[in-house]
Design a protein around this ligand. Structure first.
Ligand code: PYC
Length: 403
C-alpha cells in the first residue's frame, strides 16, 4: 500500500476479556474521558464498550459548541473547569482538536431575555467567567452578517458576549481521548452491545454483551439518550426522559461568521465550521422518542429562524440533517454519582442538550469518584438523591435554547 494511505490505528484492537476492573458503557466523550482519566490515575484494567462506532451517539451529533456561561453557582464552576480542560486538551492528548475560541453570543430580542442575560452576566462575573452584555452596535461590528437592523420581527436588542466560548472538532475529541486511553492500556471495544447487567448482593457483578459475559465490580453508564435503558438493566429507574434534538449543516460558504450565535427567543443557534459550512441547531423535539431520524417541520423551523438572523443565507442549500437523543432531567442538570443502592453502578447521565461541553470535567470527576470513593466538590450538587431531598439545581442556562 502506498505510504500516503497507510494509517496507524488510533486505538488498539483486543479480544474481549471475561473480567475488567471497570466497564464503561458508551464510547462518547464522557465514557472515553472517564476511561482516560482513570488510566491517568493508574487504573488501566478498563474496557469501554460501544454498541456502534466510536462517537456514534451524541458526541458525533452535537453542534460542537463549548461555553461556560451558565447561571447557577453549581453549574458555572463545573462548566468553567470543563472549558479549562478543553483549552489544554489538544496538548494533553497530543492531537489537534481545532478548538476555535472565537467567542459566543446569546442574543436577546425581548426585555425579559435581557433581564435573564443580566443575571447570567453578573453570576458569571462573580464566579470568574468572562461574560458581559453588549448592545446592537457592538454586536453588528462583531458579526456584520447578522441582521441587527430594526426590520426583523424580533430585532436584536442585546447579547451576552462570552469571549472564551467557541467550537471544536467534536469527533476529534472522541478520537483523541480514545487514542490516549488506548496508549495507557484501556481497551476500547466498538460494536459491543450491552444486553443486560447482573447484580450480586446489591452490587454490580456482570455485564452481558453480544460478545460474551464480563465480570466486573464497576460499571459506568455514559450512554446519553439511552441511559434509562441501561439503568433499567440494573433495576434502576432514572428521573430522565429522552427527547430527540435535531441539527443541520449547509453547503460550504466563504468565511462569514466567526462567532457562535444563539437565540433562545428564536429557538436557533448557528456557527460556521472551519470548512465553511453553517451548522444550525434546533430546540428539542416536543415529544419523547428514541427516533434518530430528521423531520421536515424541524428543518423548516431551523431554516426560518436562521434566515431571520442571517438573511444573506437565503440561497444556501442544506446538505444534511440529523438527530441525537437527549437524556433530560426535570431540573436540566446532570446526574453524576454512584447509585446509592446499587454498588458499583456509576452514572454520568442526564446531560440533555449540554453534554458535549461537559465531557472532560464529567470524565475527570467521575474517574476521581471511582478511584477514591470520594465525590469531588464540583459534582456534589449533581447527585441522584437531590430529587428526593428537594435540592434540585434548576439551570435555566443549561441549553442553548428550549428552556
Ligand atoms: O448548550 O450551548 C448549548 C447547546 C448548543 C446546542 C445545544 N446545546
Amino acid at each position: 500500500m502506498s505510504r500516503l494511505f497507510r494509517f496507524d490505528p488510533m486505538w488498539e484492537s483486543h479480544p474481549l476479556r471475561d473480567r475488567y476492573d471497570v466497564v464503561v458503557i458508551g464510547a462518547g466523550v464522557h465514557g472515553l474521558a472517564t476511561a482516560y482519566y482513570l488510566a491517568r490515575r493508574g487504573i488501566t484494567d478498563v474496557a469501554v464498550l460501544e454498541k456502534g462506532y466510536l462517537g456514534s451517539g451524541n458526541s458525533g451529533r452535537n453542534t460542537a459548541i463549548l461555553r461556560a456561561n451558565y447561571r447557577t453557582p453549581e453549574a458555572i464552576p463545573f462548566y468553567a473547569e470543563s472549558l479549562a480542560l478543553y483549552e489544554e486538551l489538544s496538548d494533553d492528548l497530543d492531537y489537534n482538536l481545532l478548538f476555535s475560541q472565537q467567542g459566543h453570543l446569546t442574543l436577546a430580542h425581548t426585555e425579559a431575555s435581557i433581564n435573564g442575560l443580566r443575571v447570567r452576566a453578573e453570576a458569571n462575573r462573580v464566579m470568574g467567567v468572562r461574560s458581559r452584555i453588549i448592545g446592537p452596535a457592538e454586536i453588528g461590528r462583531m458579526v456584520p452578517a447578522l441582521d441587527t437592523s430594526s426590520a426583523p420581527r424580533y430585532p436584536i436588542m442585546a447579547a451576552l458576549y462570552h469571549a472564551p466560548g467557541g467550537i471544536i472538532r467534536h469527533d476529534a475529541v472522541v478520537w483523541g481521548y480514545a487514542h490516549q486511553a488506548s496508549q495507557l492500556g484501556v481497551e476500547v471495544h466498538a460494536h459491543t452491545e450491552v444486553l443486560d447487567l447482573g447484580l450480586q448482593a446489591g452490587r454490580i457483578a456482570t455485564v452481558h454483551t453480544n460478545r460474551g459475559t464480563i465480570k466486573t465490580g464497576a460499571v459506568v453508564n455514559a450512554t446519553s439518550g439511552w441511559c434509562s435503558l441501561i439503568a433499567a438493566m440494573a433495576g434502576v429507574e432514572l428521573p430522565i426522559v429522552s427527547h430527540p434534538l435535531q441539527a443541520c449543516v449547509t453547503e460550504p460558504m466563504e468565511p462569514l461568521l466567526d462567532k457562535v450565535i444563539v437565540s433562545a427567543n428564536l429557538h436557533v443557534y448557528v456557527n460556521q465550521t472551519p470548512r465553511g459550512e453553517f451548522v444550525i441547531g434546533a430546540e428539542i423535539d416536543p415529544y419523547p422518542s428514541y427516533h434518530l431520524g430528521s423531520t421536515l417541520p424541524t428543518l423548516k423551523s431551523m431554516a426560518f429562524h436562521a434566515l431571520e438572523l442571517f438573511p444573506d443565507l437565503h440561497q444556501v442549500k442544506v446538505l444534511r440533517q440529523w438527530g441525537g437523543i437527549c437524556d433530560m432531567t426535570p431540573d436540566y442538570s446532570p446526574i453524576i454519582d454512584e447509585h446509592p443502592e446499587v454498588g458499583g453502578f456509576f452514572m454520568d447521565v442526564g446531560w440533555g442538550t449540554y453534554g458535549f461541553k461537559a465531557g472532560p470535567a464529567g470524565g475527570k470527576c467521575l474517574a476521581e469518584l471511582i478511584a477514591t470513593g470520594r465525590t469531588p466538590e464540583l459534582i456534589r450538587p449533581f447527585r441522584l438523591t437531590r430529587f428526593h431531598e428537594n435540592r434540585l439545581v434548576g439551570e435555566k442556562a443549561s441549553a442553548a435554547v428550549s428552556h
